[in-house]
Design a binder for this molecule. Structure first.
Ligand SMILES: Nc1ncnc2c1ncn2[C@@H]1O[C@H](COP(=O)(O)OP(=O)(O)OP(=O)(O)O)[C@@H](O)[C@H]1O
Length: 257
């Protein structure tokens, strides 16, 4: 689906990722994990085509990202940014309908299919009752769910999500993650997401990519990569794992009093 070839990411003099050779297959769900500032958002923006690589390349469906016309790219991948600022008084439904523009060709107005898909997406995120509200009046968690609804309405095979659980209460974290997992398992969508909650990441992911923040990285199937010793190294904090039924739980060792 999407692949990095000898990818290099720099910010100023800092090398965030070096020689990143990474293949994301269709229907896989990847979590990108690393400390603050390790380069997770920078990598996700690069995968979305919103930032050029500093070396190497990103291929979407075996074609370099730079060769994709923007509208065709918007039908292939949707991107959820870590934060957003709403400068204008758009309603919730207008915000979600705007995600349908890549399908409009030369047509200006949305049609009934767009409305149906937008309303379905709002309902999936349990924000359909907010359809007529000005997005600037929403709470942080409501705004995040509207942004995820817009991402769903874009209906792309590849979803790139930067901290989708941000601002969500516990129940919505679990339901949103469950929905994303279902999109992979049952609808063959491919997901690459950034997150700090190891337990949520473990519960949804088939694979994980760890970034050290100095160029080093590790990618592979979830259970190969999400091991206590490896995560402790990448996150610079001792982590233990415990089994709870079928789940593995990650527990950071408490700071000594
Ligand atoms: N435009 C910029 N100018 C200067 N430094 C930047 C810029 N964009 C990113 N950086 C720096 O690059 C590093 C990587 O940033 P990035 O947002 O990718 O980290 P991250 O792993 O997503 O972090 P977090 O977990 O805090 O969200 C950080 O140290 C950040 O301060």
């Amino acid at each position: 689906m999407i692949a990095a070839r000898q990818l290099k990411l720099n910010i100023g003099p800092r090398v965030l990722a070096e020689d990143l050779d990474w293949q994301v297959g269709a229907g896989e769900c990847w979590s990108i994990i690393g400390r603050n500032g390790a380069g997770k958002s920078t990598l996700l923006r690069t995968l979305a085509g919103m930032r050029a690589p500093d070396g190497g390349s990103v291929l979407l469906q075996d074609r370099p990202l730079a060769d994709w016309p923007l509208e065709a790219l918007a039908r292939e991948r949707a991107y959820l940014a870590q934060s957003r600022s709403d400068a204008f008084a758009y309603t919730v439904i207008e915000t979600v309908l705007s995600a349908r523009h890549p399908y409009h060709d030369k047509r200006y107005w949305e049609d009934s299919d767009d409305h149906r898909i937008a309303l379905q997406s709002l309902a999936a995120m349990e924000v359909d009752d907010l359809a007529d509200r000005d997005v600037r009046t929403l709470s942080g968690g409501e705004r995040q769910r509207v942004a995820i609804a817009a991402l769903l309405a874009q209906d792309t095979p590849l979803l790139l999500l930067d901290e989708p659980a941000n601002a969500l209460d516990l129940a919505h974290q679990v339901s949103v993650m469950g929905l994303l997992a279902k999109l992979c398992r049952e609808r063959g969508k491919t997901i690459v997401m950034v997150g700090h909650d190891l337990n949520l990441a473990w519960s949804i992911s088939s694979h994980a990519l760890l970034l050290m923040g100095d160029g080093r990285w590790l990618a592979g199937p979830r259970d190969d990569v999400m091991q206590a010793a490896i995560l402790s190294d990448y996150l610079h904090h001792p982590i233990e794992t415990v089994r709870h039924g079928a789940r593995t739980l990650f527990i950071p060792t408490e700071a000594s009093q």
